[in-house]
Design a protein around this ligand. Structure first.
Ligand code: AMP
Ligand code: MG
Length: 410
């Protein structure tokens, strides 16, 4: 095997092979999780009109100048403005309108007096109101356009449409968005030892956990599965799976297992020497044997080493950024936190470690999720992980109290 390649270099190669997927127009409520291809701009001002921030009375401040509790300004209530009204009553000297939160403030009024600052209060709708202290000009009025102006960019291209973004865009009058098409994925588990979940495993057999692992991870990267298969350790089975995956429209095929240097390595057997897929050791642990390339069809192919922790780490480090880049996402990487090791652990020499970890963000600490070391086969420990501690290749061991970079994955 050649000298290991750095994680950065491998990631650079992966990302430089990515071509952004075409955009499509969707009703915004069907676009949750999608990445914007075009910025969302406000269709109208936000707020749409000057409106009241309080339940109270719309007044002319000129009428209330000297009001105090002993000498309240007594105003005639000439209109009632519930939410949804389109009325714009004119207010003469000494007149006020009862107004509810969000209702349009009459053009003639220049302040709202909350009902708590009146005598008579809210119940006194069309009678008299006593204002107990003078409001300042503009008090409790939410001005038209104070949040956004028509045409302002509400959300930049490359941003994921989450709940907050959808709410903001709709409030700004947007009904449709241009988003990237979801990447179409094929997930293929290789291994003659694999059986379906729930099938009692005979001696030598194990459940295929990588397939379901990847399907869930892919869904979390806003991508869609168009093909799944489990194949035995024969190169022909891998070749056939690729043909089927491409026929199913896959933009990306992810294999697990069968990429290292053993005797039965079907992914290697199917692709090595073909000129499209490269097999390379990467200086990371787990996840050292990596395969990546682009088929003549344009399909990206990842071959991840088969151990479950290797699959999880390889997905996070290489596949997920590629899936987000396909969608034009401006931020490709998980959140990171710098936390204090609550316990020590060993690290592999010369390779960057991605250790399944448990974090306590309040205490600012991180600890290994696995008890039996950092073995890539520790699928049970993976079940406890909510993060990966990322330890540089040159660090030989982590001691309790050390500061550690942590990739948060949940
Ligand atoms: P491989 O990369 O094919 O040599 O596999 C490495 C290890 O991961 C072996 O112990 C495999 O049995 C295990 N493994 C491979 N594929 C899967 C899978 N889909 N689910 C669970 N374990 C797997
Ligand atoms: Mg295998």
């Amino acid at each position: 095997m050649s000298a290991p390649r750095s994680v950065e270099e491998q990631l650079r190669i992966v990302l430089s092979a990515v071509r952004m997927l075409p955009a499509e127009t969707l009703p915004i409520e069907r676009a949750a999780g999608r990445t914007l291809s075009t910025p969302v701009c406000a269709a109208h001002d936000l707020p749409l009109f000057d409106n009241s921030a309080m339940d109270g009375f719309a007044v002319r401040t000129a009428d209330t100048t000297d009001a105090d509790a002993a000498h309240p300004a007594v105003l005639r209530v000439v209109a009632d403005l519930p939410a949804g009204t389109d009325a714009d009553p004119s207010l003469g000297a000494g007149e006020a309108a009862r107004i509810m939160t969000g209702s349009p403030v009459p053009a003639a009024a220049d302040a709202v007096v909350p009902f708590e600052q009146t005598a008579g209060g809210l119940a006194d709708s069309l009678g008299e109101v006593q204002v107990l202290r003078p409001p300042s000009v503009g008090a409790h009025i939410r001005r038209r356009g104070s949040d956004l102006r028509a045409g302002d960019v509400v959300i930049a291209a490359g941003v994921r449409l989450g709940a907050f973004q959808i709410a903001g865009a709709i409030a700004a009058g947007v009904a449709e968005v241009e988003v990237a098409r979801r990447p179409r994925l094929a997930v293929v588990s290789t291994g003659s030892e694999l059986v379906d979940a729930g099938t009692p495993p005979a001696r030598g057999r194990i459940p295929d956990s990588n397939g379901p692992l990847l399907r869930a991870l892919v869904a979390g990267a806003e991508s869609e599965i168009v093909f799944t298969a489990r194949v035995i350790d024969e190169a022909e089975a891998v070749t056939l799976a690729v043909t089927d995956a491409v026929a199913a429209g896959a933009d990306v095929v992810v294999f697990t297992g069968g990429v290292s240097a053993g005797a039965y390595e079907p992914v290697r057997g199917a692709f090595e020497g073909g000129g499209h897929i490269e097999f390379v050791p990467v200086a990371m642990q787990p996840g050292k044997p990596q395969a990546f390339g682009v088929l003549p069809s344009g399909t990206l192919v990842f071959g991840l080493p088969g151990n479950p922790v290797s699959v999880a780490v390889s997905f996070e480090v290489f596949v997920r950024p590629a899936l987000l880049a396909l969608q034009g996402r401006s931020s490709l990487f998980r959140r990171r936190a710098r936390l204090t090791a609550a316990a020590g652990w060993r690290t592999p020499p010369g390779r960057r470690q991605y250790l399944p970890a448990v974090v306590d963000l309040e205490a600012g600490t991180v600890r290994p999720a696995t008890t039996g070391g950092s073995g890539s086969h520790l699928a049970g420990g993976l079940a406890r992980a909510e993060a990966f501690a990322v330890v540089p290749a040159e660090v030989e061991a982590v001691s309790a109290g050390d500061a550690v970079d942590v990739m948060l994955v949940t």
